[in-house]
Write a protein that binds this ligand. Structure first.
Ligand code: SF4
Length: 298
């Protein structure tokens, strides 16, 4: 199955509970107050798809979507409405259970976007703060390899605690056959300050990120990088893809998101990058403007 583009999807936040406690969680302060999309909103999207077919895929997301008991039914309804692809965004622990995964597969879930914050049980579980989370998620990714026509995508958040792990994450997932894409998201704190001391300096993370990209691509994976200066990625600049699918989410999320204050690069007016988010408020507060480091693109 080929990978589709961001424009092919509509994304719905259907569940705001989670049973991990990732240190880098970007919505932990708002998770308890954000409202998931309602049944009516879900049904409305299905009706649009039935009538007009504007998308090829639907993404069911939130905090941890597999906590939603009705997930298999939602997937079945989405497929019946004409979505070829149903993607879930998950920490992957529950698909470590082959019976549960089989249920999702039979319901039509054929894309699995799995968060992998560390490279093994020690580093991963230290970040998720739940023992056994690596073991279950890795088993889930292995279980996916037993099916045809499914795609796995991993997402690893780049923080001060994880940037040095990136090449090892790639290596330790090298044998997975369904893993088609690896994403690396440079952490943003959803506030004006890096209160948890997790934002790495670009120059510290860069060599590990570049090495991870090279290793992932040598394995035939597609790579996407989020929220990193395009000018620092050199030949890998076009791996920076900050576009996202249409997202249906509680409007209160965007109030919080705005607090990041993206697009604060001093070279922005001279730079031709279409994708770069520049610096955010928390980064500038910790490391300054990086005026000499960053170079506007022609
Ligand atoms: S100069 Fe600034 S806006 Fe341009 S790519 Fe670099 S960080 Fe992004």
């Amino acid at each position: 199955m080929e990978l589709l583009g961001q424009d092919d999807y509509v994304s719905l936040t259907m569940e705001f509970r989670c049973n991990l406690k990732c240190v880098h969680c970007m919505i932990e302060g708002t998770m308890d107050t954000l409202e998931p999309q309602s049944e009516d909103q879900f049904a409305e999207i299905l009706q649009v798809q039935k009538n007009e077919r504007p998308w090829r895929g639907i993404i069911l997301t939130g905090s941890e979507i597999t906590l939603m008991k009705s997930l298999p039914e939602l997937a079945e309804r989405a497929r019946a409405a004409g979505f070829d692809r149903v993607r879930i965004q998950s920490h992957g622990m529950k698909i470590g259970n082959p019976v549960y995964l089989d249920r999702l597969i039979n319901a039509g879930v054929n894309e699995y976007f799995i968060s992998i914050p560390g490279c093994d049980s020690v580093t991963n579980d230290a970040i998720t703060q739940v023992p056994g989370s690596w073991e279950k998620a890795y088993a889930g990714l292995q279980n996916l390899d037993g099916y045809n026509d499914v795609i796995a995508i991993t997402n690893s958040v780049i923080t001060r605690e994880s940037y040095h792990l990136l090449p090892n994450i790639v290596d330790n997932l090298a044998s997975l056959t369904s893993l088609a894409q690896m994403e690396f998201w440079f952490y943003w704190p959803m506030t004006e300050r890096d209160e948890k001391n997790l934002v790495p300096r670009f120059t510290d993370a860069l060599p590990f990120l570049v090495e991870a990209i090279a290793r992932a691509e040598s394995l035939g994976r597609r790579v996407e990088v989020k929220n990193f200066p395009e000018c620092l990625l050199g030949d890998y600049g076009d791996r920076l893809i900050n576009d996202q699918p249409v997202l249906l989410i509680d409007p209160a999320f965007w109030t919080q998101f705005e607090r990041n204050g993206f697009y604060q690069c001093v070279h922005r007016d001279q730079c031709s990058s279409q994708q770069c988010l520049g610096l955010n408020t928390a980064y500038r507060e910790r490391y300054g403007d990086e005026t000499e480091l960053l170079r506007p693109l022609n």
